[in-house]
Design a binder for this molecule. Structure first.
Ligand SMILES: C[S@@+](CC[C@H](N)C(=O)[O-])C[C@H]1O[C@@H](n2cnc3c(N)ncnc32)[C@H](O)[C@@H]1O
Length: 260
């Protein structure tokens, strides 16, 4: 995998995918290519909303990534990552420590396979975190790191997926059973109509839902039935900007179609 990552073929694929994503969503994507231990020291303190860790599986490297993440993420932001199949309190700790420089092992206590370097680094940094089928997340609160009920935020598929792919993606992600405490679901709330979109508030998020996705409903699972249509923003202002942007793009596409 290290060889693959160092090759230009992987880098070119990355460039292609991010350029496509940026064009379709209007989101600006910056990147820096390099080993996280060389790159992260140059990034700005408390500047990031989310830090997603999915690099090395070895203890010292994950520990370093987490220490940088704690410095980089702002208060209220999220530190998350992949490859946490077992939490430190579940696995045999002695075996985990002894194998912290192994990639993947079988736990003598549970019989499950996991990445001991990731489990040890996450467990020592945060204790027990929210964990969803290997995806883990902690939120930087005023008094330390808190658990996060990701399932309650609901998942929306990226816009560049086809409707079929979006539906499959959304079903997969929303079907993951959380392993931590989950607050009860609230009902979606209609905020306003803007262009060809409705803005819906659901928990602390704002959803831009196109009119053609169907009529609004206050049913708690309504957003799940939309087959991935929509964009999530964390403030009303951001949602308004997104609706204006998407409405204009749609109008441009319609105009182009009429002139062809
Ligand atoms: C688990 S894979 C995940 C790759 C990608 N995030 C994905 O989901 O397809 C980890 C990747 O991180 C790279 N990697 C390992 N150690 C790293 C480090 N210290 N800094 C940056 N990348 C690293 C590996 O080469 C590998 O490509």
């Amino acid at each position: 995998m290290e060889q693959a990552a160092a090759s230009d073929a992987v880098y070119e694929t990355f460039r292609h995918n991010t350029a496509l994503g940026a064009r379709l969503t209007g989101v600006r994507i910056d990147h820096v290519r390099g080993d996280s231990r060389s790159v992260l020291p140059y990034l700005r303190n408390e500047y990031f909303d989310i830090v997603y860790i999915d690099g090395s599986h070895y203890y010292e490297a994950v520990k370093s990534d987490i220490e940088h993440a704690m410095r980089l993420v702002e208060s209220g932001g999220f530190i998350c990552g992949d490859d946490l199949e077992g939490q430190l309190h579940d696995v045999d700790e002695e075996q985990c420590v002894a194998n912290r420089n192994s990639d993947f092992i079988r736990d003598v206590r549970t019989g499950g396979q996991y990445h001991p370097g990731v489990t040890l680094a996450v467990g020592r940094a945060f204790g027990n975190v929210s964990n969803y089928g290997g995806f883990w997340v902690a939120r930087k609160g005023a008094d330390g790191y808190e658990k996060v009920a990701v399932d309650a935020l609901r998942c929306f598929a990226p816009l560049f997926l086809s409707p079929e792919e979006g539906k499959a993606f959304q079903e997969k992600m929303n079907g993951i059973t959380p392993t931590s405490d989950v607050p009860p679901l609230l009902n979606p709330e209609f905020i306003e109509e803007l262009g060809t979109y409705n803005i819906i508030r659901y928990r602390q998020q704002f959803y831009c839902i196109p009119h053609h996705a169907g009529p609004f409903s206050t049913a708690p699972d309504w957003l799940e039935t939309l087959n991935g249509w929509g964009v999530i923003r964390s403030t009303l202002e951001e949602a308004r900007a997104e609706c204006r942007f998407l409405t204009e793009r749609r109008a441009e596409r319609e105009a182009r179609r009429r002139t062809v």
